[in-house]
Design a protein around this ligand. Structure first.
Ligand code: 5GP
Length: 120
């Protein structure tokens, strides 16, 4: 998948669309999801142009990979999720239900998450 520089998260990174920032460093931005599905619903994104988890895992630098994982710990701390826990989700491509083609991780918490997969 070619990176689309007009995706909504690229616009957020360029400051063209506002966000509620939870944490930021040289490589990572974390902000509240605009349509939260849980009391806490944050998105962590790399500042580099990676389309999805596979792209990021294969192509990010060691510095970017480390920064992203450290950001998870930071967000968990800032949002007070350490004790009761949380769910981390990376929807990936079509079968994963990914809507925004810039790699992101959802951090969901603040109450018990529902079953991960409901089979009808
Ligand atoms: P995906 O379905 O790609 O895994 O998740 C995309 C997420 O981006 C959704 O949870 C959606 O609510 C969130 N989102 C979409 N547009 C915006 C926006 O403009 N600002 C913020 N903060 N979140 C957005």
């Amino acid at each position: 998948m070619t990176y689309d520089p007009d995706n909504i998260f690229a616009k957020i990174l360029r400051g063209e669309i506002p966000n509620t920032t939870v944490f930021e460093d040289d490589h990572v931005l974390c902000f509240d999801d605009l349509y939260p599905q849980m009391p806490v619903h944050c998105l962590i994104i790399p500042k580099g142009e990676y389309t999805d988890l596979s792209d990021f895992s294969a192509n990010a630098t060691a510095e970017e990979l480390t920064a992203f994982h450290r950001a998870i710990a930071k967000v968990v701390e800032v949002k007070g999720l350490s004790d009761d826990g949380y769910r981390a989700i990376c929807n990936t491509k079509i079968h994963g239900g990914q809507e925004v083609p810039h790699f992101h991780m959802h951090i969901l918490g603040g109450e018990k998450c529902p079953p991960m997969i409901v089979k009808g």
